[in-house]
Ligand binder design. Sequence first.
Ligand code: IPD
Ligand code: CA
Ligand code: CA
Length: 260
Amino acid sequence: MQALLNTAVKAARKGGDTALRYLNRVADLDVRSKARNEFVSQVDHAAEAAIIESIRERYPHHGFLAEESGTHPGNEYLWIVDPLDGTTNFLHGFPVFSVSLALQVRGQLEVGVVYDPCRQELFTATRGGGAQLDGRRIRVSARPGLDGALIGTGFPFRSNDEWLPKYLAMLQAVMEATAGVRRPGSAALDLCYVAAGRLDGFWEFGLHAWDIAAGVLMIREAGGMVASLTPGGEVLDTGNVIAGAPKVHEALRALLAPHL
Ligand code: IPD
Ligand code: CA
Ligand code: CA
């Protein structure tokens, strides 16, 4: 697995460096023009191309499920790629975004890498090998419940806004039961922050496999729990995520259940 992890790390750094090179130009864009959206899609595509090219140099027969370019069929190795997680933040120069890469082998998550180019923080995990931040082992928090917990989330928006009324009731319940709620804006990083104990728990609806695949492995390898909030499949399929340190996960699920 080490060779695959090394490849993932190299590719994630390339993707992150690509995004950073474009970041300096964001401030010069006209806020009103559609050029902003075109620009950001250019960044997403450039970062994704750099990532895929870097992995393909080493493993030409691997497959990809990538946010921007879709499915590239290959052998039983499948890379799940979000080249820029936190695009809205990026477009505003709000420095919270990441690159997320996960490798599934015959459907099993084996490697996860999330790179935060602004802080140059690298989160890595391999199945059975634990989770690391910059090479040092990380673990979820030891918090025994919601009291005093810091919880991350993502707001439902656009096509996902069917959840909004239920979500707002959940948000109120969580705000009342915990020390606070954060919405940083990069789901991949949010999950890594749970793995590192910076957040005690997290929930969000309507995510995609590329937002969460790496973070799911990270949390499991850091001793945490991550699952689907709704029935109907595994978390990578439903995209409705609940995660946390074991006791926080359990208490958060009980708190949210009446509002589902
Ligand atoms: C988004 C981020 C965000 C989450 C959104 C995602 P993108 O990914 O992960 O935190 O709330 O649902 O779509 O579009 O910036 O890659
Ligand atoms: Ca994303
Ligand atoms: Ca993205």
